[in-house]
Ligand binder design. Structure first.
Ligand code: ATP
Length: 236
């Protein structure tokens, strides 16, 4: 069976500077796959290119289709969704309206179901549905960014540094929700500097250094790898 997402030999450049080189990756149905690596390794660049925000040389297939010619909104319609590193919420709009924006291309009845699903996953958002996004706590804002991405009922959710700037107890909450998503049939591609937390919930992992993957395998093997422990897990 072919993978849900299949990236083959990807190269991504900013002008003449190649930020990602010869990267190949797969995410299967019902899988949590994580990419761990230091600041500047190229993780965000890779997610943005898969979403269609940046041009990519190489091949990206999703759910059996070639994404090369698809614009961002068509990739969303195909079932791909990205929660960006800086969340990019509309801070002067309330929770409900931010979520509504994630549903702008779907039918009313489907949107109603999506609201129900997001509010079940994040009861906190339901309680605060009339509150302005800019006044939410960091953890609630991350929940809202994830909720918005889930409104279109994606098959694959890409998360860029969901734990960034959050207290450990909130991080645990967010990661528990990611595991719940997989149980509900959503695959996850997770980029994290918090390698410890990411490797605990992931099925498989890729380690990225200076634009290339240097290691990949089952998450529990990667978590036990001496090089990974020394570089990414030593101080956590
Ligand atoms: P971080 O966790 O800091 O986001 P990352 O692994 O996601 O790190 P990227 O942000 O993808 O790394 O950056 C990869 C490389 O591309 C870095 O060398 C970075 O300086 C460079 N880069 C990122 N964005 C741009 C840009 N807009 N223009 C030029 N170079 C960029």
């Amino acid at each position: 069976m072919s993978a849900l997402l299949q990236v083959t030999d990807a190269h991504i450049a900013y002008g003449k500077v190649e930020a990602v080189r010869s990267v190949s990756l797969e995410v299967g149905d019902n899988e949590i796959v994580t990419i761990v690596g230091a600041n500047g390794a190229g993780k965000t660049t890779l997610l943005n290119a898969v979403m269609g925000i940046l041009p990519l040389k190489g091949r990206v297939r999703f759910a059996g289709a070639d994404l090369a010619r698809l614009e961002i909104e068509d990739r969303v319609a195909a079932g791909l969704s990205l929660v960006p590193e800086h969340r990019e919420l509309f801070s002067t709009m309330n929770v409900e309206d931010n979520l509504q924006l994630g549903a702008f291309r779907i039918a009313k009845a489907t949107a109603a179901k999506s609201f129900e699903r997001v509010y079940t996953l994040f009861p906190r958002l339901k309680e605060r549905r009339k509150q302005l996004a800019g006044t939410l706590s960091g953890g609630e804002q991350q929940m809202l960014a994830m909720g918005r991405a889930l409104m279109g009922a994606p098959r694959l959710l890409m998360l860029d540094e969901p734990s960034l700037g959050l207290a450990p107890i909130i991080v645990a909450d967010i990661f528990r929700t990611i595991a719940e998503l997989r149980a509900s049939g959503v695959s996850v591609l997770l980029v994290e500097q918090n390698a410890q937390a990411a490797l605990q919930i992931a099925d498989r992992a890729y380690v990225m250094e200076l634009g290339e993957f240097v290691l990949d395998g089952p998450a529990k093997d990667i978590a036990a790898n001496a090089r990974v422990v020394a570089s990414y897990l030593g101080f956590q």
